[in-house]
Design a protein around this ligand. Structure first.
Ligand code: HEM
Length: 499
């Protein structure tokens, strides 16, 4: 009995000490509304639920407490801000250019790379990589994009007719092979021989589930507890394979660089920006001399994983939305045929510029299914927003998924309506209620790459196949597992346009 009392006394002592040390944070937090808490846990137990329930809880809290409210996850104070006027101020502010504490669990998997890191290293790495993601660079990726989509169409044609197919697993292979041959600079042969490529593609969603589990379940954040789980073993195995994969990519590029003096001079030269894709992102990392071998391995995998899964998910959601909405599909099909004709041929940047309905439908897919469903940043210094001051030492949470479905901002928000994005309708909304690529200096580096690849896939699939669904859009169940994910897969029926 006395041991229990001693333990409880110890806990109480730690708790009181923590309260004393954080009295300023606690005082400022008091002014911000939020649901009732229980000692030590805060609101953590309420959020420990199934992912579907989690989406509903955040939605209800937004209804109850409005555009700014607080959530205590144990000792961590999270300020959830959904008011569009505050969002620009916050995401473009230097005081928020540190990723949130929950990104630590992503960093455990990916290292402190561009996606999960912050600070001087992140800034340097992002600057080095940037030329390969720009609009000019993307033009030079056209052939690879189309060649990989040729193969995707071949697979779709070979599938039994009239059968429901989960398109994601085919599309993610297409986007992964594309990234290897563009941003990473590999040949097709080198890509096909990369160790564990298919394993990494197949396991990535599972690994992101593990990361998200740790982000939302407080007990998994205690390292010794996590080490006892199967998830830890899986993560460890994944990291070993990831290391072998990335080392092979680096070896290939080192070999090329050692034999091609003619491209080495490009790095940081005036000519660089116009011929930028002769150097891959990996080449830039190697030549910059900024990376030790661990950083290089981490960033190589980050380049791969930040791009292939996001593009594949959005392309799959897009095709599924077309299957659910035949009238939209026919409208888009007509636009495609008017611009490119019926024959299957490569999609060019010029084609894309002539397709406004495609752009609107793409935006609507990103509204409903944002890749960054919830963003988090660390608050270093107090920041005043319209109604409160967010205290230093807390974390800012931007619930993008919920903002982009907020009925105060969007009429009939759960329905799929590309026309919301006509220039006239767009003007009627506050600009920052739509932030699918985030904002500020930590925004998405791959937005042009992703948009072009996804549109190339959609155009070429729709030109060849008429898509149907055996289900109804209203039954689609989505969750936020870092990115927005469909719980039941990405199923469509691929019917031929030629029949
Ligand atoms: C339509 C598809 C995509 C969407 C909607 C999207 C969205 C986002 C969002 C919202 C973030 C911010 C995440 C955060 O702050 O936590 C982000 C970051 C990032 N994205 Fe994307 N992404 C897409 C595709 C891609 C692609 C294809 C690439 C690479 C080619 C890419 C590379 C990155 C990188 C490197 C970051 C980290 C940026 C930083 O922190 O400095 N993304 N993306």
């Amino acid at each position: 009995m006395w041991r229990v009392l001693l333990f409880l006394g110890l806990l109480l002592g730690i708790w009181l000490r923590w309260r004393y040390k954080n009295r300023r944070l606690l005082k400022m937090a008091k002014k911000i509304p939020g649901p009732p808490t229980i000692p030590l846990f805060g609101n953590a137990l309420k959020l420990m639920c199934q992912p579907e329930e989690f989406v509903k809880i955040i939605k209800n809290l937004m209804i109850e407490y409005g555009g700014v409210f607080k959530l205590w996850i144990g000792p961590d104070l999270n300020i959830v801000v959904s008011h569009p006027d505050d969002i620009k101020l916050l995401l473009t502010n230097n005081k928020t250019s540190i990723k949130g504490p929950q990104y630590k669990y992503m960093a455990d998997l990916l290292g402190e790379g561009i996606l999960s890191g912050s600070g001087i290293l992140w800034r340097k790495h992002r600057k080095i990589a940037t030329p390969n993601y720009g609009k000019r660079a993307i033009v030079s990726y056209t052939d690879v994009f189309n060649q990989e989509v040729d193969l995707l169409l071949g697979i779709f044609k070979s599938l039994p007719k009239g059968q429901e197919t989960d398109v994601y697993k085919y599309i993610v292979k297409c986007t992964s092979y594309t990234v290897c041959q563009t941003l990473m600079g590999l040949s097709k042969e080198e890509t096909m021989e990369l160790p564990h490529l298919q394993y990494l593609i197949d396991m990535s969603p599972k690994l992101y589930d593990i990361v998200f589990d740790r982000m939302t379940k407080w007990y998994l954040q205690i390292d010794p507890v996590f080490w006892l789980t199967d998830s830890y073993t899986q993560q460890k195995q994944f990291k070993e394979k990831l290391r072998e994969f990335s080392s092979t990519v680096i070896k290939h590029r080192l070999k090329v660089l050692s034999n091609s003096g003619d491209i080495l001079y490009l790095m940081n030269s005036d000519e660089d920006s116009s011929k930028n894709t002769r150097l891959s992102v990996i080449d830039r990392f190697i030549l910059s001399d900024e990376f030790d071998s661990k950083d290089l391995i981490d960033e190589t995998f980050t380049i791969f994983t930040s791009s292939q899964e996001a593009s594949a998910k959005i392309a799959s959601f897009f095709l599924m939305m077309m299957a659910f909405h035949p009238a939209c599909q026919e409208k888009l099909y007509t636009e495609i045929i008017n611009v490119t004709g019926k024959d299957d041929k490569p999609v060019t940047d010029d084609d894309l510029k002539k397709m406004p309905y495609l752009e609107m439908a793409f935006k609507e897919v990103l509204r409903l299914f944002p890749v960054g469903g919830m963003l988090q940043r660390t608050i270093n210094e107090d920041i005043s927003i319209s109604s409160y001051t967010i205290p230093a030492g807390s974390a800012l949470v931007i619930p993008v998924y919920h903002i982009q479905r907020d009925p105060k901002l969007w009429s009939d928000p759960e329905s799929f309506e590309p026309e919301r994005f006509t220039p006239k309708n767009t003007k009627k909304r506050p600009p920052y209620c739509y932030i699918p690529f985030s904002l500020g200096n930590m925004d998405c580096l791959g937005r042009y790459f992703g948009a072009k690849l996804i549109k190339t896939i959609v155009i070429r699939v729709l030109r060849k196949f008429k898509l149907n669904s055996l289900d109804n859009f209203k039954n689609l169940r989505t969750i936020i597992a870092i990115s927005t994910t469909s719980l039941d897969g990405y199923k469509v029926v691929l019917g031929s346009r030629e029949e």
